[in-house]
Design a protein around this ligand. Structure first.
Ligand SMILES: [Zn+2]
Length: 109
């Protein structure tokens, strides 16, 4: 109740009045239309400001990009933890500078 009043104070107060139904309403929460007869007042916002902003973003492409980045990072973390070296290096050759510490230790014995 208190939070709702605070939010209303932050946003620009907009109320429409339907002459036909003698009904006052906030068009932001009724898709910009009168909830009784469907009359749309001119220049009325159709949604709250945050929802207008969220509709402009293509969330499917955004989610796909986030997933791709996450999978690359996850792959790097797993490769690091497993001591994975690039496929161009041959494991049977004498230990080079690229080999991990675990391999150098086992090769010394
Ligand atoms: Zn109406």
């Amino acid at each position: 109740m208190i939070a709702q009043l605070g939010l209303r104070r932050l946003q620009k107060h907009f109320r429409a009045y339907c002459e036909l139904d003698r009904w006052s309403f906030d068009p932001r929460y009724t898709n910009g239309r009168c909830p009784i007869c469907g009359w749309a007042p001119e220049g009325a916002p159709t949604a709250p400001a945050w929802l207008m902003l969220a509709r402009r973003v293509d969330w499917e492409i955004f989610g796909l990009l986030v997933l791709a980045i996450f999978l690359v990072v996850l792959g790097l973390v797993v490769a690091q933890a497993a001591g994975f070296t690039p496929p161009t290096t041959h494991s049977h050759l004498p230990a080079s500078g690229i080999a991990s510490g675990a391999r150098i230790a086992s090769g010394a014995r």
